[in-house]
Design a protein around this ligand. Structure first.
Ligand SMILES: NC(=O)c1ccc[n+]([C@@H]2O[C@H](COP(=O)([O-])OP(=O)(O)OC[C@H]3O[C@@H](n4cnc5c(N)ncnc54)[C@H](O)[C@@H]3O)[C@@H](O)[C@H]2O)c1
Length: 253
């Protein structure tokens, strides 16, 4: 028996990085997983690699129409949605003076609006089946510690943490059986981080500084975050809702 047997999960931004690792781990635990992403080729490849319990859907998390269509498709196809991981996000760097309104709206458009739409339509799909559910919103350590060069990202991830609590309260007060929690990774070895590091004058030194920035003394791996997502997705965490789950090797103490 797997922890997630008979459960159906939707993960956004699942073509690579943390989202892909979550998809692998949830399938391993017995779930049927829908990987959603704007990268069609990469996403389809990831689903094929994971196997028959994985399917790919093209979803732009900023599009309300895509959310409606994907949630309807999941309920029509599998009869239920139990787990939603709002993972898709971007982290372009800029300080307040260099942040244009367009840049600000782009970050908010995915990191905040995308999570809002996911929660809204995910709850609708979960309620249709009436089995409760678990929503997991990918925030960041950046919700808790400011960086002068990440104004929009810091703000967006703090918004996700508070949105999560509001959603958790609503779902509890309306007796839906749906829980909602946020996950706050530290520095995790994905393309998001390597692309950023490669813009710096000395990428190796930057990676070394990032590694020694945590008590554990290494970068996080996508699997470190996926383990937390698996826990929050499973009934083992049935008494946890509205919480901020930090996975950062002790970076923020
Ligand atoms: N890597 C880290 O150190 C770290 C730390 C804290 C939080 N996070 C958060 O974890 C999440 C995943 O990060 P990652 O490091 O795996 O990033 P990544 O860049 O490797 O992957 C992000 C995925 O999101 C997809 N995506 C982008 N725009 C999208 C859209 N509009 N709709 C659907 N999918 C879209 C991309 O195609 C990609 O597959 C993000 O929300 C990020 O902010 C990452």
């Amino acid at each position: 028996m797997g922890k997630l047997d008979n459960k159906v999960a939707l993960i956004t931004g699942a073509a690579q990085g943390i989202g892909k690792s979550c998809a692998e781990m949830l399938v391993e635990a017995g779930a049927q997983v829908v990987l959603a992403d704007v990268q069609q080729e990469e996403g389809q490849k990831a689903a094929t690699e994971i196997g028959e319990k994985a399917a790919f859907r093209n979803l732009d998390a900023t599009s309300e129409a895509d959310w409606q269509e994907t949630c309807d498709w999941i309920v029509d196809t599998y009869g239920r949605l139990d787990i939603l991981v709002n993972n898709a996000g971007i982290s372009p760097a800029a300080n307040i003076e260099d942040t244009s309104l367009e840049f600000w709206r782009k970050v908010m458009g995915l990191n905040v609006d995308g999570v809002f739409l996911g929660c809204k339509y995910g709850i609708g799909a979960m309620k249709k089946a009436g089995n409760g559910g678990s929503i997991i919103n990918m925030s960041s350590g950046a919700a808790m510690r400011a960086n002068g060069n990440l104004t929009a990202y810091n703000t967006s991830k703090a918004a996700v943490a508070m949105m999560t609590k509001s959603v958790a309260l609503h779902c509890g007060q309306t007796k839906t059986g749906i829980r909602c929690n946020s996950v706050h990774p530290g520095t995790i070895r994905t393309r998001m981080v390597t692309d950023y590091v490669n813009t710096l004058p000395d990428p190796a030194a930057a990676l070394e500084a990032m590694s020694s920035g945590s008590v554990i003394g290494r970068l996080g791996e996508p699997e470190d975050v996926a383990q937390m997502v698996l826990y929050l997705a499973s009934d083992e965490s049935s008494f946890i809702t509205g919480s901020e789950m930090v996975v950062d090797g002790g970076m923020i103490l």
